[in-house]
Design a protein around this ligand. Structure first.
Ligand SMILES: *Cc1c(COP(=O)(O)O)cnc(C)c1O
Length: 240
């Protein structure tokens, strides 16, 4: 298993590098986030002990279960799943540095309440539903600027960019449309010049579509299956 993970990581690196080359980008501009849902701490550590640093979990419960085991191994943890407001308190204690899935004002309000009470701040990305699928979380693109503007007023939440999950499709061009929507939205928000809003990060692209995402400007690709193998739970378990 260890060899498999390391081998898979080297393949992913090569895919990222090739995609950057193809689109004239510097590979240093693209961070690899390992999506570690269902992956055991033992397997996560294989990556963390071999030069990889950034992981992402989808559920607070899983984050909590792995916390002790991973604590001593240097890494950074982003939250990439649907966050329920009753779990915010726990997020505070689990060392998450960025919530990539901020998708509604109510969540922002509750986060701000809790974080200001603790005198802490956290980085966030605004999750946008670019595929218009009912089953996916995220703010609709036409509501995103309004949400960014409102969230920007919460001093504990540092907006760093946008995140999306592309359409599940075998048709690359349809997936590309999702990534283009996110990129265009980023450009639009930059033009709005909203105080306290940074729009540097575009978190998009997964195991199956990371090349397309990089061609369209991704700065963070989130990869699970292609590194750790297939999961036993369907993604709907995490995304609904
Ligand atoms: C699971 C997950 C990924 C990684 O998906 P793979 O297809 O396994 O690479 C990326 N982003 C989010 C939000 C996820 O939940």
């Amino acid at each position: 298993m260890k060899e498999d993970i390391l081998h898979n990581l080297s393949i992913i690196n090569k895919r990222i590098k090739d995609a950057c080359e193809k689109s004239g980008r510097n590979p240093d501009e693209v961070k690899l986030l390992l999506a570690t849902k269902t992956v055991s701490p033992e397997h996560i550590k294989v990556a963390l002990e071999n030069g990889y640093h950034l992981i992402g979990e989808n559920k607070v419960q899983e984050l909590k279960e792995k916390y002790e085991d991973l604590k001593a191994t240097p890494h950074e943890n982003h939250f990439i799943g649907h966050l329920q407001t009753n779990k915010i308190k726990e997020i505070l204690k689990l060392g998450v540095t960025c919530i990539q899935s901020l998708d509604r004002l109510e969540l922002a309000e509750k986060l701000h309440q809790k974080f200001s009470a603790e005198n802490k701040t956290i980085e966030v990305l605004i999750q946008v539903n670019t595929s218009h699928e009912e089953s996916k979380f995220g703010i609709p693109p036409d509501k995103a600027i309004e949400l960014v503007t409102k969230v920007s007023e919460f001093s504990t939440l540092k907006i760093k960019g946008l995140m999306t999950i592309g359409l599940f499709s075998a048709e690359t061009e349809k997936i590309r449309t999702c990534f283009k929507i996110l990129k265009n939205l980023q450009q639009e928000i930059i033009r709005e010049n909203i105080p306290h809003v940074e729009m540097k990060e575009l978190s998009m692209g997964m195991s199956g579509d990371l090349e397309t995402a990089i061609e369209e400007g991704a700065t963070i690709v989130r990869v699970g299956t292609a590194v750790f193998g297939a999961r036993i739970y369907p993604d709907s378990y995490y995304w609904n």
